[in-house]
Design a protein. Structure first.
Length: 277
């Protein structure tokens, strides 16, 4: 577990703030988790952590509540990730705070979250009218969850399950599983996700990939670090020329976190809302 997590509000009873308080945000240095995985600069990927906030509210200048959906994009190159409970407490501190308009809210969010992450992030506020908010979508890819296999390893992650068909011609594939589960490293609460793996290279053994993903089931780690471990292990064991890993986690506390990592320079991350989100 990242040592900094011990000092965070995660897993502890914390009183919410009735007034705006940027000090509620708790940054966690990425370097510690990456160092434990043997990841060092230059990183083998670029990426972004996409957060969606479904319980974002404030007051207008006349005291009437306003609501929105927030999309926050934190670069994977930022020095810090932001601990999720602190993020939620921070957003809750806006509930009784008056703002001139949504642009003023966005400007404050942009300044505070960029400071916590250690570099500029992106913030978009969306209306809650269904015609303007994100529709339910499906992740592209061939789902491997119905493979007829036995599984008996649920943690720690078993990179040895990963392999390729060395005799096969290189393939370009998009594989998908809805069976990724890990646990919060402090509270032990489950984190559920769908994961999409897009690659070009020797054909990845699907049974081994599914066993590998299920081996996260009792693993304790943050969303971002789970995705970076998956990326690292696939790159090391399967050596694809191109690799993109995108996990879509279900929400907790009105927030979902969706890490995306890629070694394809021109690739960019989209933000589809899935059925479970």
């Amino acid at each position: 577990m990242n040592p900094a997590a011990h000092d965070s509000p995660l897993g502890k009873q914390v009183a919410g703030s009735a007034v705006y308080d940027a000090d509620l945000l708790f940054p966690i240095p990425r370097a510690a988790g990456r160092g434990a995985m043997g990841l060092a600069e230059p990183l083998p990927f670029h990426g972004v952590d996409i957060w969606n906030a479904w319980e974002l509210s404030w007051l207008d200048l006349r005291g009437k509540p306003q609501v929105a959906i927030g999309e926050f994009r934190i670069p994977a190159s930022s020095p810090n990730l932001i601990e999720s409970k602190s993020f939620k407490l921070y957003l809750n501190s806006l509930n009784q705070t008056r703002f001139a308009d949504a642009d003023a809210v966005r400007a404050l969010l942009l300044a505070d979250l960029s400071a916590a992450a250690g570099m500029p992030i992106d913030v978009v506020l969306l209306g809650v009218d269904p015609t303007r908010s994100a529709p339910i979508q499906r992740l592209d890819g061939e789902c491997i969850d119905d493979l007829d296999i036995d599984i008996d390893q649920y943690g720690p992650p078993q990179a040895g399950f990963l392999g390729v068909d060395a005799a096969a011609e290189p393939a370009t594939e998009v594989l998908l599983s809805h069976l990724l589960k890990s646990n919060c490293p402090v509270t032990g609460q489950p984190d559920w996700a769908s994961v999409q793996i897009r690659y070009h290279g020797k054909r990845i053994d699907r049974a081994g990939l599914l066993r590998y993903l299920v081996s996260y089931r009792n693993h304790d780690d943050f969303h971002e670090q789970c995705v970076e471990r998956i990326f690292r292990d696939l790159l090391a064991r399967c050596a694809p020329q191109q690799l993109t890993v995108h996990a879509r986690y279900t929400r907790r506390g009105g927030l979902d976190i969706n890490p995306w990592r890629s070694n394809v320079a021109a690739a960019t991350a989209d933000n589809p809302r899935l059925q479970r989100q």
